[in-house]
Design a protein. Structure first.
Length: 500
């Protein structure tokens, strides 16, 4: 595929931006100045100030002498880069490959994108018109190389589109500065009477190298596609990203749903072909008013099931505000993982299918109740009950030790044991009565004690004697006495869990 590049030149970047922010300065002579070695020098100025003879590089005092009533603005370092980066991120809706071309331009690789606008002419017209609506005076050109596009945008015709293979003829009438040469080299060419590229482009390379150096040959080769030049995009596209431009702005929930369906089918097909599944997906919507709306979903297990992904995003459509309309949808698999497919036996019980269904159910619950509302626990090799379980990182994480235990354990374990009042006929006998939160429970059955020693290598304290007790209503509890019996009224009994 033939590469095609678009160069955008902002003729007065900072002044246009200031006027767009403060329209009352539209008819003012704007001058951006910075301090340098104790002097204030002009850094940028608008067309009105230029018409009065003000140029970048002169002192502010000279500028005031040339024109009265200038609007002096303090120049901030790297302000051009920050503004170009913001404009470049806005231009991503036209192509995923957008690069900053300091100090006053952008470079766009539009290969494979212009057909969505039915050609390069409406593509360029739409982009430049939108930037002009924002208040910027811009020029743009499309060519086979970045160097040729840069030259035509600044020194050629406005909205110029150079046909494939026509860069050489388009460059001939342009001045040497169009090749992105340093000012000293341009002046040297001018002194020799070379005011157009056609005056020296046919001179043998050895002669040009000897008289003007290697940089001139490099710039000519880059402009004619004989030397590779690489674009450094603002945002490097993710390997699993799908884009869907809209010919008409999308404003309805049904339209957003259809866009998600098309993007999900394309993305899941790519993931399935490569044996991958997404764990996180980000849908970014670019609105025609310049704002960006995003929603994100996550899964417990890597998946490339289109219906499941559509269902998850469908639950979040209400969070998308289309406003005047959405013109571009971008679906990105921000988190991926390998999908492990196990072979099933003919007599399989369907556990794998049940596991997948459980994972999809948990994904839907997490969207409604929040990810923190779902927790999975695994056993740990600790005697102390509070330390015997921990939170699992994922559904696939296997338990380090079996859950099985030779002694009964409660279904619900309190995070911290709560004190209870207990009556026992003999200190080492099971209790016959306990009071918990003001409620009296008469014990009909009891089993124990089960002594659990404290893990002395972790902390110090008394051991515990646990009892499984059942009250008159059939409810079962897990009680323990801390340490040995030390006399009445010591309050050393605790409730630690409930059985089903």
């Amino acid at each position: 595929m033939q590469r095609r590049y678009l160069s955008i030149w902002f003729r007065q970047l900072l002044p246009d931006w200031l006027v767009s922010c403060k329209p009352e300065l539209k008819d003012s002579m704007i001058v951006f100045a910075e301090n340098e070695r104790g002097r204030q020098l002009v850094k940028h100025c608008n067309a009105l100030a230029t018409a009065q003879g003000i140029r970048p590089g002169i002192t502010v005092a000279d500028a005031r002498a040339l024109a009265q009533g200038i609007e002096l603005i303090d120049y901030e370092a790297e302000s051009e880069y920050k503004l170009l980066k913001e404009l470049g991120e806005w231009c991503i809706r036209f192509s995923p490959l957008v690069a900053i071309d300091e100090p006053d331009g952008l470079l766009i690789d539009l290969s494979g994108c212009s057909h969505l606008w039915k050609g390069e002419t409406p593509y360029l017209r739409d982009l430049l018109n939108r930037l002009k609506v924002k208040g910027y005076r811009v020029r743009g050109a499309i060519a086979d190389t970045m160097g040729a596009a840069w030259a035509i945008a600044r020194y050629g015709k406005e909205k110029a589109i150079i046909p494939v293979g026509g860069s050489y003829e388009a460059l001939l009438p342009l001045p040497p500065a169009a090749l992105r040469l340093e000012n000293t080299l341009v002046q040297k060419l001018h002194k020799l009477g070379m005011f157009q590229i056609s005056h020296f482009i046919s001179i043998p390379r050895s002669v040009l190298r000897r008289r003007f150096g290697e940089i001139l040959l490099l710039r000519i080769a880059q402009a004619l596609d004989k030397e590779q030049e690489y674009l450094m995009p603002i945002c490097i596209p993710e390997p699993y990203t799908e884009r869907l431009p809209s010919l008409e702005p999308i404003r309805t929930a049904k339209g957003i749903e259809l866009a998600i369906q098309k993007l999900s089918e394309k993305l899941c097909l790519r993931l399935q072909q490569e044996g991958m599944g997404l764990r996180q997906a980000l849908l970014t919507c670019y609105r025609i008013d310049g704002k960006i709306v995003s929603i994100q979903v996550g899964t417990n297990k890597p998946t490339h099931q289109t219906t499941h992904l559509q269902h998850l995003f469908g639950m979040r459509i209400a969070h998308i505000e289309p406003a005047l309309g959405i013109e571009l949808f971008v679906l990105e698999a921000s988190g991926i993982d390998t999908v492990i497919t196990s072979q099933q036996s003919i007599w399989a019980t369907g556990n794998e299918a049940n596991s997948q269904s459980l994972a999809e159910l948990l994904d839907r619950i997490a969207l409604r109740a929040g990810k923190d509302a779902i927790q999975r626990y695994l056993p740990q090799a600790h005697y102390w009950p509070e330390r015997s379980v921990r939170k699992a990182d994922s559904l696939e994480e296997p338990p380090p030790i079996p859950w099985s235990c030779d002694r009964p354990r409660p279904t619900y374990l309190l995070a911290s044991p709560e004190p209870v009042q207990v009556t026992a006929p003999i200190p080492d006998y099971p209790p016959i009565l306990f009071i918990y939160r003001g409620n009296r429970h008469a014990i009909k059955k009891a089993d124990g004690p089960e002594r659990i020693e404290r893990e002395w290598w972790l902390d110090t304290g008394e051991h515990r004697d646990y009892y499984v007790v059942e009250d008159e209503s059939g409810q079962r509890y897990w009680l323990f006495r801390s340490g040995h019996y030390q006399g009445p009224g010591q309050g050393q009994w605790f409730l630690h869990g409930f059985f089903a």
